[in-house]
Design a protein around this ligand. Sequence first.
Ligand code: NAD
Length: 529
Amino acid sequence: MPTEFRNEPLTDFSIAANVRAMDSAIEKVKRELGREYPLVIGGERITTESNFDSINPANRAQVVGRFQKATKELVDRAVETAYGAFQTWKNTNAEERAEFVFRVASILRERKHEMSAWMIYEVGKTWPEADGDTAEAIDFCEFYAREMLRYGTPQPLTRIQGEENQLEYIPLGVGGVIPPWNFPLAIMAGMTIASVVTGNTVVLKPSSDAPTIAYKFFEILEQAGLPAGVVNFMTGSGAEVGDIIVDHPKTRYIAFTGSREIGLRINERAAKVQEGQIWIKRVIAEMGGKDAIIVAEDANLDDAATGVVQSAFGFQGQKCSACSRAIVDARIYEPLLDKIVERTEKIKIGDPSDGSTTMSAVINQKAFRTINEYIEKGKAEGGRLLTGGGSDGEQGFFIEPTVIADVKPGATIEQEEIFGPVLAVIRADNFDEALKIANDTQYGLPGAVYSSDERKLARARREFHVGNLYLNRKCTGALVGVHPFGGFKMSGTDSKAGGRDYLSLFLQAKVSSEKVGAASRRSEMETAL
Ligand code: NAD
């Protein structure tokens, strides 16, 4: 039996040896930038006539990797290949699959800094953010492998005389795994590993903003001994490749994490039964957020300001759990704003390969444009720009951490997911009103409350309708196993990644009942008579 699950420790970058190790990983990865990577179907490497580049958001001239645009024929072939591989992979036992996933975890651990360095170049993560992402990927492997062993044990059933009954969890079939770019290792690996450890086979289509890190992970799966065809690696336009995977009659389920818009599109398309399809497709979708931190009049203001700023601007505000709304009691509004601004202005924007950088560029040109439009809209709708608001798209897609106060409930930047370094601050007359404003969105991912009053915290537990509620702490940084993560309403299908019920979404329960003992003999006699 493996030991009890424990979260992978984060790297302490105040230790010189760790800094040297990270620097040398960054140098190694730098030498490997710009290579071309194939599609992989059933273990076969395939190149196509059409390519696209994944670039460094902090240095847009730098190509991180060149990738293939898959054609419809190749995507179809990938699904068929995964379907073929399922016929044998489904018969492997839970222990064997868990062993494989433990091997993946240990290779990831050995190559930890290298994997983080790829994220520094490909998506602009700072050192600690990249390190946290890699640690979470290791956690998903360690946690889901143990979970599969648990799901693989005999399941409790009510016993009756004369029958042996058994419930076992069996896999579903071919899964389309469609991750976002913002946790390009952890979420991509989490959904892939959850699929494979439960006995399913996969067509993995990474985000076009983060295909290199997915390819590196795919290589680790091969190194750990994954049979050809169990995971197939497909790159290309989200719309083209994604739609084909989702529509294919042999696709059994989709594991998706990304925006509300694409999640709803997948949900709708997957509901349509295609010719030759003999099941209802399952959709596991984890989608966007419009996360709020409520600061009550009795909160510790220093703690609250620190929590708000860390949650709002960590990884440039590009987390589904990012605080994009601070809802602040009018009685402490101005003093809290001062503290938020003071902390925000200490953030150091720069090249993420430099270990002292605390914030870097946003992911791409499109995000750079839409985030800037949101800042303009926030001001035009009456918001007061307190700090930030500037941007520079020359070298990379840099946007200053921006705080806009006096945002009215219902305003565009109070309602829509921005997914960038923009914090809207909203004034509330009291805690009742703060809760009302916090709940008044279509999303329900995380939320937080700062207050020293236990009654207010108890009310938040009852009335703040979010999947992950944090009390007197920031709203980012969910840990696998500790804080199973996933949201309500338009934030997804209510799943909880990193929790004990997550693997059941990738499984179906089969019950077999056998007549045994005296009752069986009696019934044989009855039949004979
Ligand atoms: P996105 O929706 O643009 O893309 C997600 C994935 O879907 C990508 O791989 C993309 O290529 C693919 N895709 C695009 N069109 C498709 C189609 N027609 N069919 C199938 N797949 C298609 O999201 P993103 O920009 O990569 O990620 C940011 C979003 O993800 C934010 O909204 C964020 O809140 C959300 N997110 C949610 C969670 C969560 O746990 N709930 C976690 C991380 C990110």
